[in-house]
Structures are given as structure tokens and as C-alpha cells.
Design a protein around this ligand. Structure first.
Ligand code: 3HC
Length: 655
């Protein structure tokens, strides 16, 4: 017999088993209609004499993708997720979850309320709530440590890390893995399964772990959380299960969840979540198919090129690295192999994974070897003549339909494209170093880039596991343009009276991993110095120009690598440099500037303001497609704290 429990939940009773299917595309989020349907389904199961057991599953590839995030911030509709979860676990008839795919957040809480969990091989479990600035709010923090040891539960909930089916089974979160079709096997278990295996997780004792292991997990998480509230609350709630009963823990969890859900931090992280989805939508590419790419040529195997090569190998591509000589190719090969080896030794890839990657890699000392590439990414020295010569030469080597991508940071990719016979096949792929780690890639639409070439740039970057953001052509693209505005304002602040350490401390307290001057020192001061010297002739003499960085470079202070820059470095640690303070005082005096003390709030407001102004210009010039894209660039490429939503969002919130 078929039932419609709500618009998104249906049921079918057969042989005493009610199969309840959640069908709420695209991710089966636990919306109001899903919750109402589930509640009705379990009320029906309880009352119906032809139902002996229930199987709960999701339609499509996902079990349940969590609470419906679009409902946060609106008036909550009944029944709440905790009520639904309580209803499921309280069922007097056995409930088997058939995890057909990802069970995330509230979706995992629904699964944990079932009396038995059977996972498909493609199932994934996670509590990603902390990434949204919240904690699980429907029993996750209380049920998980009753299925998996407490230190692991702390780590999983406070980091949001996901587990694939096999690992979830080992952790005790999934009871068994299906051999074939998960649903038919779950029905079989519901009919004939050993009733002793069915458990209510809330009634299980907490699985304790050694105090040191819990402490170690907590310390590691808190050190990384950079002032965010959710991870600390997650740790607290899971730890409390050792001393509190289930009902009290549940009440505490709900109260904490509601407070966090309504916090500024969670609103900012929701903005980031939706910003990432919006960034995937590119005007003009709605119906465009990317070209197939299986072999990637990487020209230049220095720091950037080898990082790109590793990212491409990780993503399953065949890679041809190119250098100018056989000796350089040998060094490039060693660099790439060294990076892969490090990933193997740290356990990030398996021995088989390492061997597989190596089998897909060649590095050669002549450009001719790149003929087979479907996509060429150049990562050679950032010099216009070098890049235009390379692209001109590539024209005669690769197929006419092969895509050519430039990784330039500051040069004009339209000029590089114009050096080729087919400028429509040229696109910018601006990676951030280290390219195998950093998530951001600016995908640059040049004047003549063909739509399917642009779509291919996006497709490849996504397959790399990156976050591609569209940018128009401008010097430095989105990120470096904003970073320049930020640098300029930071230098104004110095002239006006703030010390580098005060500015860095203010921005680090705000949530940046590193303040601006620590970043300048890390990146090295000489490249910006060389640029300033190049631009000196064309600079507007009436515009404010701060020459303190020039003075530093003239004194041989090029940043961390040279042992000193804005700071001095002692055993790798930065310490304020009195000689820099003296140089700053001299520069101020030379301009007759009367300094004043500048508080942390003003520092943050001025630097955010400079970034947001820079961002507004990029929108006006149509370089950036959306304000939220700018936020993502700064979060993923420049260490802006995600829990502040990005500079555009933060500036808007602060009015
Ligand atoms: N609520 C509402 N909408 C959601 C959603 C959710 N939980 N998850 C995804 N969506 C939307 C996206 O915004 C997107 O919408 P769009 O097409 O209009 O842009 C659409 O679903 C498809 O999403 P993706 O593009 O991300 O699809 P993928 O297939 O790449 O990924 C996913 C699917 C892995 C489920 C991914 O969407 C995801 O990670 N979602 C968020 C999961 C999550 O954080 N869940 C926890 C929610 S909080 C919670 O459960 C609280 C509870 O403890 C009380």
C-alpha cells in the first residue's frame, strides 16, 4: 500500500515493512515538509497493524543533506527536528536506516535515531555544523559518543570531518555495509534481522576514552578555531556526556544550538555557504559543455608548477611537466616526487595511490614533448616576453583545440593570448601557492576566451578540488587588487601613528591567521619594491605615497627570508624591530606628520573599509561578478576569517 505523508515523504507497506522515502531534491534537506512527513509516517507506523518494522531511506544519491539551511533565520515550523528524531527513536517497531548516500548533520541525527544503520558503499557521514557556525541540534553531540569513542566523537563533531562508509563502519556509526542494493537488504534486515542488534543509541552508555586522548583532541581543535565559538561548544557538549544524563545533555545541546544559530558568526558562515554555490553559476555558461581533459601539460616545474602538477595528479590527470633542459627536468621531477612522497609518508595518500600518481607523471626537458596535452598550464617566470614566446611556440606544438592557461599573477593575459593564433583557447588559471593545498583558483575570462574554454577551466579547477572564482582582466585580478588596497591602507596607518605589531595584533584578534605586516614579511618585500620602482615614473605625484617599505628594502630588510623586514626574526619567531620603529619615525618626521595613537577598532575598520572599497571598484568595473565572489577570494586565498563572512559582507554588516 502507498502513502503520501507529505509533499516530500512517501511510504509503501509491503510484507509488514513500511518503507519511508524522503524525496526533497536536490539534497533531501530536512525541511518543514520533510519533518512533518516523517512525523506523520512514524505516527502511522505506530498505529498500523500491517506494519511490523520501518525502513527509512532517501531518494536519489543523498540520504539527508542536513537541516534546511534556508529555514535558519525564519520562524521555525513544527515539528522541530528534535521532535522528529525523538519520535523515530521512540518507535516501538524496529527502524532500519538504509543510508543510500550522504547523511549529514541533521540527516545523520535522523540516522542515529534509527535502531540499525545499513550503509551503501557510497554512504558518507558527517556533522558539518561547525562549518556553519553551529553545533548539531537534534541529539548529534549526545548520540555519537554512545556509538563511537568519545575522543573520536569530539574530533568528528568539532571539525566537521566526514567519514566514508568503511570508516564509518569501523567507527561504529554504521552497523553494516550493504553488499548489493542497500534498500532491499535493509528491508530484509527489518523482516528477518536479529532483534538483539537493534538498539536505541540514547540508551547506550557513553564510550569513554582515555582523558589524555580527549584532551589532545580538544586542544588541537581549539588551537585551530581562531576565536570561533562553535568548535569550542562542540567540544564542551560532547565532553559533558561523561557527567550528564542523556536528557540533560540534549537540553543543553538544543539551547547551545539555538544561540549559535542566531549568532553573527553563523549568519556569516551561511553567507559563505551560499556564496560558494552562487560562485558556480557563471553568466553565459549555462548550457556550455566543458571540453574533455585527461592530459595536462605543466610548463615550469618550480614551486608553483610542481604544486599544480601534484594537484593535477591528485585529481587523476596524466601530467607532462616541461622544463628547458634535461637537468632542470630531472630537478622538477625530483621536486614533484618529493612532494608526493611527503604526502605518502604523512598518510595522506596510500602506497598504491603514490604508485598510481607516479605512473601518470613524466617530466621532460623540451617543449615538443607536450604535444599530447589537452590543457597546458604555464607556470613560468612572470615576464611578458617569456610568456608570449612560450604561447607562440605552443601554437605549433599542441592541437588547435588544446586549451592554453596562463598562471600569471600580474601580467595582462589578453596580451599573452594575442601572441597565439587562437586567442579564444586562452584562459587564465591563477593558482595560489602552495598550489596543491590552497583552495582558491581565479579563472580569468580574457577578451576572446571561448565559452567552452572557460567552462573547461572551471571543470578542471573543480576536479582539482578547488574553488574556482571568475575574474575579468585587471592587474592582479580580484585578490591582488584588493590586497594592494589593503597594503596601501596598512601603510597609511603606519604613517598615521600605528606600529606594525599593533596593526597585526588588531587583525589577528579580528580573526586573520596573520596580520598584514607578518604576511608582507613572509611573502618577501622585494617583488613589491621592484613593482613600485617600475611604476615610479607613472605615479600620480599628488597621490599619497608611503616610502617606508622602500626604506626597509634599501636597508636590506626583505622580510623573513633575509632574517628581517617589518620585524626581526629570532629562531623563526617574529619580534618587534626597534630599528624599524626608528625608520618609521624618521619617515613620518620627513613628511611633518603629527602622529596619534590608533586603536584596534579603527585599525580593523580602516583595513576592512579599504578592502570593501577596492571590492566595490571591481564590481563597478565588472571584474568581479558578485560581491560574494570577492568574499570567497579573500577567505580562500588571503586568510580572511570565514566566520566574518569576507570583507564585503563584513563591511555591509557594519554599514
Ligand atoms: N539546506 C538547504 N539547501 C541546501 C542544503 C541544506 N542543508 N545543502 C545543499 N543545499 C542546496 C545548495 O544551496 C544548492 O542550491 P542551489 O542549487 O540553489 O545553489 C543545492 O542544494 C545543491 O547543493 P550543492 O551544489 O552543494 O550540491 P553538491 O551535490 O555539490 O553537494 C552536499 C551536496 C554535500 C549535500 C552539499 O550541498 C552540502 O555539504 N550541504 C550542506 C550540508 C550541511 O551542512 N548540513 C548540515 C546542515 S545544519 C544541520 O543539519 C543542523 C542540525 O544539526 C539541526
Amino acid at each position: 500500500m502507498n502513502h503520501e505523508f507529505s509533499a516530500n515523504v512517501r511510504g509503501r507497506t509491503e510484507n509488514g515493512v513500511l518503507v519511508v522515502t524522503i524525496d526533497n531534491p536536490p539534497v533531501n534537506a530536512a525541511s518543514a515538509a520533510v519533518r512533518a512527513g516523517l512525523y506523520a509516517a512514524f505516527a502511522h507506523a505506530e498505529a498500523a497493524s500491517d506494519v511490523d518494522a520501518v525502513v527509512l531511506t532517501g531518494a536519489g544519491k543523498i540520504f539527508v543533506g542536513g537541516a534546511d539551511i534556508t529555514e535558519f533565520g525564519k520562524v521555525p515550523a513544527d515539528p522541530s527536528l528534535p521532535e522528529v528524531v525523538a519520535r523515530i527513536e521512540g518507535s516501538t517497531k524496529p527502524v532500519v536506516a538504509a543510508l543510500n548516500g550522504a547523511a549529514l548533520g541533521g540527516g545523520l541525527e535522523i540516522a542515529l535515531a534509527c535502531h540499525y544503520r545499513l550503509g551503501a558503499k557510497t554512504a558518507i557521514v558527517a556533522f558539518p555544523e561547525v562549518k556553519l557556525g553551529i553545533v548539531p541540534g537534534a541529539g548529534g553531540t549526545q548520540r555519537l559518543p554512545r556509538l563511537t569513542p568519545l575522543d573520536q566523537a569530539v574530533e568528528l563533531i568539532a571539525t566537521g570531518r566526514s567519514l566514508k562508509a568503511e570508516a564509518a563502519k569501523t567507527a561504529g556509526i554504521i552497523d553494516a555495509l550493504a553488499e548489493g542494493d542497500v534498500l532491499s537488504q535493509a528491508i530484509e534486515i527489518a523482516i528477518r534481522g536479529d532483534r538483539n542488534l537493534f538498539r536505541k543509541s540514547s540508551e547506550q552508555p557513553v564510550i569513554t576514552a582515555p582523558g589524555e586522548a580527549i584532551e589532545a583532541a580538544a586542544t588541537k581543535i581549539l588551537a585551530k578555531s581562531r576565536g570561533q565559538k562553535a568548535p569550542a561548544e562542540a567540544v564542551r557538549l560532547v565532553r559533558a556526556t561523561q557527567d550528564t544524563d542523556f536528557a540533560a545533555g540534549l537540553a543543553d545541546e538544543r539551547k547551545t544550538f539555538v544561540a549559535l544559530r542566531d549568532s553573527a558568526e553563523a549568519a556569516a558562515l551561511r553567507h559563505v555557504f551560499f556564496a560558494e554555490r552562487a560562485a558556480a553559476k557563471i553568466e553565459g555558461l549555462e548550457n556550455v559543455t566543458a571540453r574533455p581533459v585527461s592530459t595536462i601539460g605543466v610548463v615550469g616545474t618550480g614551486l608553483m608548477g610542481s604544486g599544480i602538477a601534484v594537484a593535477a595528479l591528485d585529481a587523476g590527470y596524466r601530467v607532462i611537466g616541461i622544463e628547458q633542459t634535461d637537468e632542470a627536468a630531472q630537478r622538477g621531477l625530483e621536486r614533484i616526487v618529493g612532494m608526493l612522497d611527503k604526502n605518502f609518508k604523512s598518510g595522506r595518500i596510500t602506497e598504491q595511490g603514490l604508485a598510481d600518481r607516479l605512473s601518470r607523471l613524466t617530466v621532460r626537458g623540451s617543449l615538443g614533448e607536450i604535444a599530447a596535452a589537452d590543457l597546458v598550464i604555464e607556470a613560468v617566470f612572470d615576464d611578458l616576453a617569456v610568456k608570449t614566446n612560450l604561447f607562440r611556440a605552443l601554437d605549433d606544438i599542441v592541437r588547435p583545440d588544446a586549451i592554453l592557461a596562463t598562471n600569471t599573477s600580474y601580467l595582462d593575459p589578453d596580451v599573452i593570448a594575442a601572441a597565439t593564433r587562437y586567442p579564444e583557447r586562452v584562459v587564465g588559471l591563477h593558482f595560489f601557492s602552495p598550489a596543491n593545498i590552497m583552495r582558491l583558483v581565479e579563472v580569468v575570462r580574457c577578451a576572446k576566451t571561448a565559452p567552452e574554454v572557460l567552462a573547461s577551466g572551471f571543470a578542471v579547477a573543480r576536479k582539482f578540488g578547488k574553488l574556482p572564482i571568475i575574474s575579468g582582466v585587471t592587474e592582479g585580478f580580484i585578490g591582488n587588487r584588493i590586497f594592494s588596497a589593503y597594503r596601501r591602507e596598512a601603510e597609511f596607518l603606519i604613517e598615521d601613528g600605528a606600529e606594525p605589531r599593533e596593526i597585526d595584533a588588531a587583525m589577528e584578534a579580528y580573526g586573520l591567521a596573520m596580520g598584514p605586516f607578518a604576511v608582507f614579511d613572509l611573502a618577501g618585500l622585494e617583488i613589491a619594491w621592484a613593482r613600485r620602482k617600475r611604476q615610479a615614473a607613472s605615479r600620480d605625484p599628488s597621490a599619497r605615497y608611503v616610502d617606508i617599505a622602500d626604506r626597509l628594502c634599501e636597508a636590506g630588510r626583505f622580510g623573513q627570508k633575509s632574517g628581517s623586514g617589518w620585524y626581526n626574526y629570532e629562531a623563526g619567531k617574529r619580534v618587534p624591530a626597534p630599528e624599524v620603529s626608528a625608520m618609521i619615525a624618521e619617515a613620518r618626521a620627513a613628511k611633518g606628520i603629527v602622529t596619534r595613537s590608533i586603536g584596534a577598532d579603527e585599525i580593523v575598520a580602516r583595513l576592512l573599509g579599504a578592502m570593501a572599497d577596492g571590492g566595490r571598484k571591481l564590481l563597478d568595473e565588472k571584474i568581479a561578478a558578485r560581491a560574494s565572489d570577492i568574499d570567497l577570494v579573500m577567505i580562500n586565498g588571503y586568510g580572511f576569517p570565514a566566520h566574518k563572512g569576507g570583507p564585503m559582507y563584513a563591511a555591509e554588516i557594519q554599514g
